[in-house]
Every structure is written in C-alpha cells, then in structure tokens.
Ligand binder design. Structure first.
Ligand SMILES: C[S@@+](CC[C@H](N)C(=O)[O-])C[C@H]1O[C@@H](n2cnc3c(N)ncnc32)[C@H](O)[C@@H]1O
Length: 244
C-alpha cells in the first residue's frame, strides 16, 4: 500500500502539493480568499443569469457540460448558474469562486445540484488542486474577467490531467472590424471593467486557449445578447479543448 503523504499548501503561491490520490476535494487544506466583496456586481450577475436563461441561455449551459465525467473543476463559478446542468456521470465538482456574495449563492445552488459540488474560495491563478488531478476544467465567463488569462489557463492546464478536457463558454472579440474597434475602445476606457467586475470585451480567448497547451477539438461561434446591455459581449465561443 502506498504511504499517504499529507497535502501541503505553499502560502506564497497558494498551490497544493502532494500525491493526487491524497487530494480528494474533501481533503483540501483551507486557503483564505482575499477577494474584495462586490455586492452590486453579485446582484447584477444573478439577475443577468436569470434573464439569460429565460431567453434561451440555458441551452448553451447544457451544451457546455454535456458528456462530462469524473472530477471537474469549475473556475469563477459565480452564482452557480451552471450547477443544474452537470450530467450525473460527473463524480464531483470543485467550484472556485473568489467573491464572497457570489460564493454564498453558489453554495445554495450546490445544495440543489444533481451532482456533488463543493464551492471553495480561491482564484484561477492558484487553484487548490494537485497537478493532473481532475478530468476536466470548466471556464464560463471567466477568461474575460481574470487579470491574466494566460496565468489562469496555465493553472487549468496544470490541474487537468493529460488527455482531459477544458470546456469553455466565453465572450470574445468580434470578427467584425467595427464591432472589434468599439470593444477595444470600451476596454481602453476602463468603464466597462469597473462596472462589470473586471470584465474585458475584446479578448481573443480562442487564441489564448490554444497557446496554453490545449488542442481545440470543437468550437461554435455565435452571438447571444439577452439584453441590449449585453451587446458588447454578444460574440461568444463555446467548445471543448483537449489537454495535450
Ligand atoms: C462574468 S462572471 C461569470 C460567472 C459564471 N461563470 C457565469 O457564467 O455566470 C466572472 C466570474 O469570475 C470570477 N472571477 C473574477 N476573477 C477571478 C479570478 N482571478 N479567479 C477566479 N474567478 C474569478 C468572478 O467573481 C465571477 O464569478
């Protein structure tokens, strides 16, 4: 029998080391989240998720998660809007959310979820999971918001086992030149990011995923804007990428 080494946390980088088999999500040592509370943004996000689902957004959420199995890490889970759509083939989900109000909503959503979901504080740049310890990662509306998408993707690449999947549903820079110019101007103004929890409208997330060591196996491009306020973030990508 293999001796079981206790998992340990590096307090500087907040990463966990130890044998993956010792790092069931239940065994994770506590790491404090220092994200500031953004109650207004949290309320807006909850309302916008509800409107989006009423207008057909739930179809995309279902498609994002279809066919997943094993252990999954969902980063930037928000209110837990995706939890109802996890298929029963998923054994457990570690849902990471740094904002305390959103995390509280996500914890309530986890109690109603069809699969085991554990909601944790944390950030995309330093995930509380060992190398190659999950079968899949889920990124929905995350890579627009993190300060450094390359660092977040590198962390996802670290924790997803080789051959595992990254599922993504993100808004991206438009392929229409004029729309892209407007998105860049909005980002340069800083107004959108301040109002929308750090969101950027003009990121080329497909390219960032490919650069991070994932092979994109399928990708759908479409526009979806449940309200007029969502117009700057209407161009979406939804797909799956394989960890090389
Ligand atoms: C636009 S919201 C999307 C929330 C949810 N995934 C959804 O689809 O409704 C972006 C989310 O990313 C979270 N977030 C922002 N920066 C993050 C970071 N560095 N690490 C992890 N999550 C982050 C926010 O707190 C928020 O929940």
């Amino acid at each position: 029998m293999r001796a079981s080494a206790a998992p340990s946390v590096c307090l500087g980088c907040r990463r966990i080391s130890g044998h993956p088999a010792d790092l069931g999500f239940d065994n994770l040592p506590p790491v404090p989240s220092d994200a500031p509370a953004r109650p207004l943004f949290a309320r807006c996000l909850a309302r916008s998720a509800a409107i989006s689902d009423r207008k057909g957004g739930d179809v995309y959420r279902r498609r994002l998660l279809a066919g997943l199995s094993g252990r999954v890490v969902e980063v930037g889970a928000g209110t837990g809007v995706h939890f109802p759509y996890y298929p029963e083939s998923v054994a457990e989900v570690l849902a990471v959310e740094p904002e305390p109000n959103l995390r509280e909503s996500a914890q309530a959503a986890a109690r109603e979820a069809p699969v085991a979901v554990r909601v944790m504080p944390g950030v995309a740049e330093a995930l509380r999971a060992a190398d190659a310890s999950v079968d899949a990662g889920v990124s929905a509306g995350l890579l627009c918001s993190v300060p450094d998408p390359a660092a977040a993707l590198a962390e996802l690449a670290r924790v997803i086992r080789p051959g595992g999947e990254l599922r993504f549903y993100e808004h991206v820079i438009s392929r229409r030149r004029r729309a892209a110019v407007l998105q860049r101007a909005l980002d340069a103004s800083g107004v959108w990011a301040r109002a929308m929890g750090g969101c950027h409208t003009s990121r080329d997330t497909e390219a960032a995923i490919a650069r991070a060591g994932f092979r994109i196996e399928s990708i759908e491009r479409f526009t979806f804007h449940p309200t007029l306020l969502d117009l700057p973030v209407a161009p979406k990508i939804l797909g799956r990428a394989r960890r090389e």
